[in-house]
Design a protein around this ligand. Structure first.
Ligand SMILES: [Zn+2]
Ligand SMILES: [Zn+2]
Length: 206
């Protein structure tokens, strides 16, 4: 398995447009962060988690020639806004791009990228196939087992994903006990860490 971090930034990315702070003005490469996304290559299958606004730039930077599917953690724009650009892979491979997400996330994608679902085969629109996943059930994609990991971002349910020994969780400020069990014995855990103080408030999982 090969993991490539495509972006590890905040929702606005770093630097922030118009910001004069020390971090945003820094020349250190660690202060240049695109929106959160990760590329996973496993058994010849190429996956990304989320397609934020920097998706095109990330695919170009990493020279990703082939993409087999997209897994969505949640529907916030900084995780979905770049979806239109998967059409490059539609044209390359002459097939629809499978998208995996919960019913809520797929509904949101259908609203925001309505033109791709209008039934009008206008040339150049992305070709997307929707695959609903349950937060509580693992599923197979090309024989690769993927386990969704429900976490909370305040009141918003978000999914992390575990593939083999690799676990990826973004945008979480509360991890339920059931999910902690599913993560246990991962060899690599990627977890968001925005700031030391509590973000807004801690949401009690019920
Ligand atoms: Zn700044
Ligand atoms: Zn979010």
């Amino acid at each position: 398995m090969k993991i490539t971090f495509l972006g590890t930034g905040t929702s606005q990315g770093v630097p922030v447009i118009g910001c004069a702070c020390e971090v945003c003005q820094s020349l250190d490469y660690r202060d240049k962060r695109l929106r959160s996304s990760v590329h996973i290559e496993i058994d010849g299958v190429s996956l990304v988690i989320d397609t934020g606004p920097d998706f095109r730039q990330q695919m170009l930077r990493e020279k990703i020639q082939n993409l087999d599917a997209v897994l969505f953690t949640h529907s916030h724009k900084d995780h979905t806004a770049g979806l239109d650009d998967v059409r490059a892979y539609n044209f390359r491979n002459d097939k629809d791009m499978p998208l995996y997400g919960t019913a809520d996330v797929l509904k949101q994608l259908k609203t925001e990228f309505y033109y791709a679902f209008s039934g009008d085969p206008y040339p150049g629109i992305p070709k997307l196939s929707l695959h609903e996943i349950s937060p509580d059930k693992s599923f197979l994609f090309n024989n690769i087992r993927i386990t969704p990991l429900p976490v909370w971002h305040m009141k918003l349910p978000v999914l992390g994903f575990r593939i083999g020994d690799f676990t990826y969780i973004t945008d979480a400020n509360q991890i339920p006990a059931e999910t902690l069990q599913k993560i246990s014995e991962s060899k690599v855990l990627v977890l968001n860490a925005l700031q030391i103080k509590k973000q807004y408030f801690s949401f009690q999982f019920r």
